[in-house]
Design a protein around this ligand. Sequence first.
Ligand code: HEM
Length: 148
Amino acid sequence: MQWKRRLAIGVLSLVALCGCATTGEQMATKEKSLYDRLGGKLAITAVVDDFVVRVAADHGINRFFANTDVPSFKAKLVDQICEASGGPCKYTGKDMKTTHAGMGVTDADFNALVEDLVATLDKFKVPEKEKGELLGVLGPMRKDIVTR
Ligand code: HEM
């Protein structure tokens, strides 16, 4: 009988330990938003600056931006990323479907833009976890942006 009791206590302790670990992890995630882990608005602005330079030099997709007001585009992108990552900003631009309607963006164009963003994130040594989370936030926008 003794061994059964020991086993039961052992199993219960394990369950309790796992429970605590999960709660701890959830708390840690709650405490630090992706926005904070990316380094806040200054860091996001630096990322967007570098990213836009890359897009402008990317001959595969820069034609799309030929008539774009770059400072306004950058400011909107910063607000959008800031808000989407849990930061205190409010994106006031148009929704993604309206913005990109009629542009004829293909999956290849979208992938090229994401590659430019990844190159920027790598340059700034954004860790894999945060990089994955940011791309995870932007990825679902593909369905509203790719129309061809
Ligand atoms: C996740 C991917 C993308 C995000 C988050 C995104 C986000 C945005 C935002 C926030 C704006 C500004 C909207 C406004 O002015 O109200 C914008 C504009 C624009 N986007 Fe995207 N975009 C994405 C993908 C793409 C792709 C793949 C292309 C083409 C290759 C593209 C081309 C453009 C262009 C040309 C404009 C400027 C429109 C203008 O001149 O007013 N975007 N985008």
